[in-house]
Design a binder for this molecule. Structure first.
Ligand code: HEM
Length: 480
């Protein structure tokens, strides 16, 4: 050992390593800076997290909705996060969302294709071949002009299902609403009793759907072998659709107008993937409308003044004999604007956490450019809580809809619960009508008492309408 080596104290090696790391980080950032300056582009602020590749996946995964909110406060309304090897950019300002939904630089199909493959085993080829046609079919079948005929069907289905309830009882409201809406919705869209909804098998089918729905978001991201119970429920539902598709293909001779959505769907798809698309459609038709109905009821019942106003509106519009409802339906249900205000106010507060797109051309948003290859998300949940667009945004206040033309479904500029652009939710008018018919009938037939305060939404999920984080019990009693 020479004199020089002896003179270097041990801690100096640690310092040298730290210096090396520091220089590497500085080089990376300087290169990025030079590159950005050279291209003249300004990218959104980035949160990288601490772990290489994984980035902030852990923090994000724990409480995604809260995470987005926190980063919005730290970094501003547009920011990028490195999550499990991907660049994910979030938009939270309602004023940016028109550009998001209308831009040709952002692609819906590329954003959802892998998730669709994971949850419903639909190959990439099949998805790109059929997706647009299926979207247009659902949009046409559930257009406003078709709703009058459907409202009668829904009325009959809901009446039948409500009649199965005892004259009084205590239940968790979320489960109760799910039970009451599941069968009528499917009967209406897929054809009465097309799916096994009213026998012993029904119970299984319902339970499997609940499991499939509960973990849908994980199923979209994780390999199926990590989600055994979820995968077996998916297989169960797919098997039902397989046999249903075979039966229907042999027996369907109806004209186009008389066909249910399900029958028309089978005409559109000419390969093996029909059962898989049916499963997706089943999920889309139940997964948002049912929890939204639960939340609307929960909001109404926990606000005494609102509950009273809603009951007054229903009783003033519909005579006590509930059968009259059939006659007044098409004329009067839209005129019940207070209950509709309650639905829209609930939808504002329980909108999807995020709506995804994929950047296919550099996307300019304000002073920032979001590069090609980023996944980009509009956080409608937080956008609807922006005080510049909605005064006192966290308060449930149906009266804020008073001045709007909601009878004709004209909504405010910064209200995006159904997404937007070419692939905006094609079931929205059916969904709104279905929720309103159900609430009117349920609240007309039963009076309610609540025991719990309004539950918080579960912040675990960011796709679609949130589930309640805790249970919410109600006591119901037959009145008319
Ligand atoms: C309150 C209830 C509902 C809400 C909040 C809701 C919300 C949404 C949202 C945010 C999207 C994505 C749109 C986008 O990316 O721009 C969507 C898509 C979709 N929704 Fe709805 N939805 C509701 C009810 C329904 C109902 C009742 C149906 C069917 C009967 C339905 C069928 C669909 C379908 C099929 C898609 C996928 C469209 C495509 O892939 O092109 N939705 N919905």
């Amino acid at each position: 050992m020479d004199a020089y080596e002896q003179a270097v104290p041990e801690y100096t090696w640690t310092n040298l390593i730290l210096l090396g790391v520091f220089i590497s980080i500085a080089v990376v950032y300087t290169r990025k800076l030079i590159k950005n300056q050279a291209t003249g582009l300004k990218y959104p602020p980035v949160y990288e997290g601490w772990l290489p590749w994984i980035g902030c996946a852990m923090e994000f995964g724990k409480q995604p909705l809260e995470f987005i909110h926190k980063k919005q406060q730290d970094l501003g309304p547009v920011f990028t996060c490195k999550i499990a090897g991907e660049n994910m950019t979030f938009l939270t300002d309602p004023q940016d969302l028109h550009a998001f939904f209308q831009s040709p630089c952002l692609d819906f199909q590329k954003a959802v294709q892998t998730s669709v493959q994971n949850v419903a085993s639909i190959s990439k080829e099949s998805f790109f071949k059929y997706h647009s046609n299926i979207h247009d079919l659902v949009k046409g079948k559930l257009a406003s002009s078709q709703l009058a005929a459907m409202s009668d069907k829904l009325y009959t289905e809901f009446k039948e299902q409500l009649d199965t309830l005892p004259s009084q009882g205590t239940e968790d409201l979320n489960k109760l609403v799910r039970y009451l809406m599941y069968k009528p919705t499917l009967n209406c869209l897929f054809g009465r009793n097309s799916l096994p909804v009213n026998n012993e098998v029904n119970k299984n089918c319902f339970e499997h759907f609940v499991k499939f729905d509960d973990q849908f978001e994980y199923g979209a991201k994780l390999p199926a072998f990590l989600l055994k119970a979820w995968s077996s429920s998916r297989e169960y539902l797919l098997k039902i659709f397989c046999s249903l598709v075979n039966d229907k293909k042999e027996s369907s001779h109806q004209t186009n107008n008389d066909k249910t959505l399900f029958e028309s769907l089978l005409d559109t798809i000419d390969d093996q993937s029909s059962p898989n698309f049916c499963l997706l459609l089943m999920w889309a038709s139940l997964a948002n409308a049912i929890p939204m109905t639960f939340w609307t009821l929960a909001y109404i019942l926990t606000h005494e003044d609102v509950y009273k106003k809603v009951c007054d509106e229903i009783n003033n519009t519909i005579p006590d004999n509930i059968l009259y409802i059939l006659i007044v339906f098409n004329i009067d249900i839209n005129k019940m604007v207070y209950i509709k205000s309650c639905i829209l106010e609930t939808i504002r507060l329980r909108s999807p956490g995020v709506i995804p797109r994929y950047v296919v051309q550099p996307f300019q948003i304000g002073k920032y450019t979001v590069p090609v290859g980023h996944r980009i998300f509009a956080s409608v949940f937080w956008a609807h809580r922006n005080p510049d667009c909605f005064q006192d945004p966290n308060r449930f206040n149906p009266e804020r809809w008073d001045t709007k033309d909601i009878e004709r479904n004209v909504f405010p500029k910064y209200f995006f619960p159904f997404g937007g652009g070419r692939y905006q939710c094609p079931g929205r008018w059916f969904g709104l009508m279905e929720i309103q018919i159900f609430l009117v009938m349920f609240l007309k037939k039963f009076k309610f008492e609540v025991f719990d305060s309004l539950p918080k939404p579960s912040y675990l999920h960011i796709v679609g309408t949130q589930q309640p984080a805790t249970s919410f019990s109600v006591q119901y009693q037959h009145v008319s």
